[in-house]
Design a protein around this ligand. Structure first.
Ligand code: URA
Length: 248
């Protein structure tokens, strides 16, 4: 039987069911069609077995093998990164952060937005949206990132002043500046930076004669790590949340 190609002229905002699954990372086009035909996909509780069934994607929620999934044209998720995970796409010494996400997200190609060191915890965004990835990581856009830093030695007013004035790191004559730096305890400070240079916070603290013992990112842009999201847990972010949420 001749089959319509998956993206053939449909009403705007609709896709064939197998194409929906494919777009959300549920395997190759062939695998997605087979999943539908096998009766594993439901919409509103109804088993759908026609891979070409037109489906409106706005606010679409479907289930695959009993697991509910909300349609997202572009994926943007927030992960509470635990210590002991690498942000690299090819991790070498620790498991990768992608292993904390469900397979469909990995299969649709989400990537970390910038990197956190393996021992750093906190807010990590991941997306499959190349333009957004660029906007969030480009130094030109100056997206503020807030870190809670635990230090080996007491934090002094001189150190805070030097961090705000800018310190020169060993590989780059341009000073690295904190847009805000405040002590939050004897050996603790809150630091805001807008760049993402290699080991930047650790090297900035070393440049003022201190040493980072613990590092946790609490905020990126307008997004704060939700207090109810435990280490290793993730949740969807709507692109608009990046602008709307309060910064702290
Ligand atoms: N700066 C660092 O030194 N490490 C991180 O993981 C993030 C910022």
């Amino acid at each position: 039987m001749a089959r319509r190609p998956p993206y053939a002229s449909r009403a705007p905002g609709t896709l064939g069911l197998a194409a929906v699954l494919f777009s959300q990372g549920f395997g190759t086009r062939r695998e997605c069609a087979a999943r539908v035909q096998a009766g594993t996909v439901r919409i509103d509780g109804r088993i759908c077995t026609d891979p070409d069934e037109p489906v409106a994607t706005d606010d679409l929620v479907f289930s695959v093998d009993g697991r509910e999934w909300a349609f997202h044209a572009r994926a943007l998720v927030l992960l509470h990164k635990p210590a002991g995970y690498e942000c690299s796409m090819r991790p070498r010494h620790h498991p990768g952060v992608l292993s904390l996400l469900p397979l469909p997200l990995r299969q649709r190609g989400v990537q970390p937005v910038g990197r956190l060191d393996a021992d750093t915890t906190g807010l990590l965004l991941l997306t499959d949206d190349g333009a957004l990835l660029h906007r969030l990581t480009s130094p030109r856009h100056e997206v503020p990132k807030v870190y809670e830093v635990g230090t080996r030695h007491p934090v002094t007013p001189q150190q805070l002043e030097a961090l705000r004035a800018g310190v020169v790191l060993d590989d780059d004559p341009r000073p690295a500046r904190a847009t805000a730096a405040e002590a939050t305890g004897d050996c603790a400070l809150r630091l805001t930076i807008t760049e993402g240079r290699y080991h930047q916070v650790k090297r900035m603290l070393a440049a003022v004669g201190n040493r980072v013992e613990t590092l946790h990112r609490s905020t990126v842009g307008t997004l704060a790590l939700p207090p109810d999201l435990g280490p290793g847990q993730w949740r969807w972010v709507q692109a608009g949340d990046l602008e709307r949420a309060p910064s702290r």
